[in-house]
Design a binder for this molecule. Sequence first.
Ligand SMILES: [Zn+2]
Ligand SMILES: [Zn+2]
Length: 185
Amino acid sequence: MFLDIKELERDPLDFEEDFKPGVLDLGGEARQTGLLKASGRAEVVEEHHGKHQVIKDIRLRGRLAASLELQCARCLDPVPQEVKRDFELLYRPLGTDAGRDELSVTDAEAEIGYYQGEGLLLEDVLREQVLLALPLKVTCREDCKGMCPQCGKNLNQEHCSCSITVEDPRWAALKEVRGTLKNSR
Ligand SMILES: [Zn+2]
Ligand SMILES: [Zn+2]
């Protein structure tokens, strides 16, 4: 859905959109498993700079909700993740702030972005908001054993023989203690 500055100038736009998986390109980080629901309002906000310059910003307020699947950071298994986010964003024309020290921001609370040309795609905005809402790291469970660094087997599901050859410094310390105990007997 293209948010056209000219159309928004005539009328603010109330939107309520459902996006099927695949419509928003979330990259390799997340997979959308159900509908992504977004609703809100887009409108033009005018900023007056001096006597003659009027800058037309697009203000976007709304919320989104989506069911996603992320990858476990240790074993790479899919981990379901619900994402909900409210947003209040202000998009200024690209180049507006170039060479300007002082920003007269209409709404200090809003996050600021830039639009190029005649407007911006709602899909791009939502994509960015979804990615911002993702946790940096998820694990499938607290005690996920991860993958064997040598053979790549998922150690939650199977054992592998190569993990024995990886010497844990804690085991080495324990062996030493055992040795001392034997000797003192
Ligand atoms: Zn895991
Ligand atoms: Zn292994």
